[in-house]
Design a protein around this ligand. Structure first.
Ligand code: ATP
Length: 303
């Protein structure tokens, strides 16, 4: 079962394509990070997923049902960028409201979670700290007992400590409930240790998609003398070419063939942050699905 499946999905606002040619099959049971710069189309894809927007072209299904249909909506919870809660209401009021609006509501779970976090039920939403506000929004989303939790920039306004606590809370919920999660972020360090599936969007198109394990295994860095860099880079699918006077770092996408490390060069594994940053800096490079070798194989010089 796929958590989200799209085929030729596109969304146009007036003459602008916010998202286009988006074909993805994200299996259920993953924590999926949706990364990309401002305006890449992340919110658009998430809004299509939770039925807040309707596509202009193509198709999207969520847990096997058309996105936006009742069976899909019933199993999805959404928390957006500003996690809009009513500032004049208390935490208990928000719980009551959630309970009255949702069939699958788990009141005991929500209360336990807030007690663990030391967030008083009587506290007004407007008086919560940024971190507590995000935790209450997450609690309300989890109380719906979703099979898919969709989070749009959930940590953007949090300080590093609150960000860390939010990530831990998310990981605990995933471990306890076995739900699928998709969250967007333009902060690359948010992705490490949290996601096990990655989608990178750039300019409204899918640039990279796949399990992080596969993506990391499918790339490596070659480090060697700059004097030989042109010669080595010419024979390999180079995603990013970073040169200094003496040494060059080439981020290489594996081709399926095992290639020998050139003499005088060493091969290093790549980290997720480095991988994502390399693709973000090279908007024409693609990896999975449908790697476009001619685009990915390019020479570029960066300082
Ligand atoms: N309701 C809308 N009306 C018109 N244009 C829109 C609308 N929503 C999004 N867009 C445009 O679509 C493109 C993608 O926007 P989107 O919000 O999906 O990007 P994003 O990756 O979530 O960006 P950010 O990180 O800044 O939130 C942008 O060019 C944006 O201006």
């Amino acid at each position: 079962m796929n958590a989200v499946e799209t085929s030729g999905l596109g969304k146009r606002y007036g003459g602008t394509w916010a998202l286009r040619d988006c074909t993805l099959a994200i299996p259920a049971g993953h924590v999926v990070a949706l990364a990309g710069p401002n305006g890449a189309g992340k919110s658009t894809l998430l809004h299509l997923t939770v039925g807040l927007a309707k596509q202009s072209t193509g198709a999207i299904s969520v847990l096997g049902n058309a996105a936006g249909s009742l069976p899909a909506l019933d199993r999805v919870a959404f928390m957006d960028q500003d996690a809009a809660l009513y500032s004049g209401l208390s935490v208990a009021d928000m719980l009551r409201m959630g309970r009255s609006m949702n069939r699958r509501w788990d009141q005991a779970r929500a209360r336990d979670r807030l007690a663990e976090l030391d967030i008083p039920l009587t506290r007004r939403i407007g008086r919560l700290s940024g971190g507590q506000h995000a935790q209450v929004a997450l609690t309300l989303a989890l109380a719906r007992r979703p099979d898919l939790l969709v989070l749009d920039e959930p940590m953007s306004s949090l300080d590093p400590l609150a960000r860390h606590e939010f990530k831990s809370a998310l990981m605990t919920a995933v471990a306890q409930d076995g739900l699928s999660v998709i969250f967007s972020s333009h902060i690359v360090s948010d992705l490490e240790r949290v996601c096990d599936y990655l989608v990178v969007l750039a300019g409204g198109r899918v640039q990279v998609a796949g399990q992080t394990e596969d993506l990391l295994a499918g790339h490596h860095v070659l480090v060697g003398p700059t004097a030989q860099a042109d010669q080595v880079a010419a024979t390999l699918p180079v995603v990013r070419d970073r040169r200094a006077t003496a040494q060059t770092h080439l981020l290489i996408r594996a081709t399926g063939q095992t290639l020998a490390t050139p003499p005088g060069w060493r091969k290093e594994p790549v980290g997720l942050e480095e991988l994502v940053l390399a693709y973000l800096r090279e908007p024409d490079a693609f990896a999975l699905p449908g790697p476009r070798t001619s685009d990915a194989t390019k020479e570029a010089t960066f300082s």
